[in-house]
Design a protein around this ligand. Sequence first.
Ligand SMILES: Cc1ncc(COP(=O)(O)O)c(C=O)c1O
Length: 343
Amino acid sequence: MSTLPSTTSEPAFGTVPAPKMVVAEAVRGSFGPARTEPTQPLSIHPFAHALHYGSACFEGLKAHRGGDDVVRLFRPDRHAARLQRTAALLHLPVPPLELIEAMLVDAVVGNLEVVPPAPGALYLRPLLLGTDPNIGAAATPSADALLVVLASPVGDYFAGGDRPLTLKVETELPRTTPAFGEAKAGANYVLALGSIRQARAEHGADQVLFAPGGDVQETGAANFLLLDQERIVTRQLDGSFLHGVTRDSVLTLARDLGLVVEERPVSIDEVLVWPGEAALAGTAAVLAGVGTLVHEGGRTTLGDGQVGPVTRQLRTALLQLQRGEVPDRHGWTRPVTDLSATS
Ligand SMILES: Cc1ncc(COP(=O)(O)O)c(C=O)c1O
């Protein structure tokens, strides 16, 4: 995710390891118990499947410290379910939901003292690797696996979300293979890297908006939304893109505010003449406004080129909910300091 420069002097997003990690191993497809350990180098056999054949995937979510000092995980159930979905797509052993959720809670408990106050958060990074020690297993799934939940205190990714982003539209190169659009697999990110580096070097773009043949999917690390005072428009859920938890949360909050949500195909032609706002939704970015599109060599300003009022309103609503500042009507937050209040 660290494609955008931090505008503060804080360390870059994702570069600070929290003191503890939580580890569980699967042997012949079956996961054993989790244990909390100091964050330290992993010991992996050099023949491990993940290192050769790409059986590696991950998740990304946050725990927020509220003004009441309670630390709350945001929608851990949804992230756990998505990790299961990705694991299945990669033919990896699928960790049980209860195990993943318990490991997320353990990772927060083990690192409670380093959960920063708002606008910071504790970023959690579950990582699942195929560990079968077999370099001849290109056509065989890994039955052994390692699940590690890493944690990292992070700052405000966009320093208030005030800077409108510039996206380069990519209509030819794909972000991922058709079968892996929904997977949070490491391979997807390295596949998109060439487009992102080129967009940054040639156009000073922050991200690439992938729209093969003009059909808008998402950016390299966040979902894409069009907004105005009445509605939100975004691509319908299909296999071509990662089903963001932030996207789902923003759409729900938008409905709560009386906006109409349209989930349907979005063409780049529609985006280029959209009179309202555009934004990216993702765990790291929350909801970040898009000001400019670079397409076929030309630059198009979206709306007035600034972060729009609807984007700001929804971003604030989501952050307030994550920090426990407003009632959690949807049951999305899981307090971790007060374990007796959860189940
Ligand atoms: C490719 C991609 N799309 C979308 C998202 C947003 O997903 P979420 O809101 O669940 O973080 C991410 C970030 O995780 C991503 O990597």
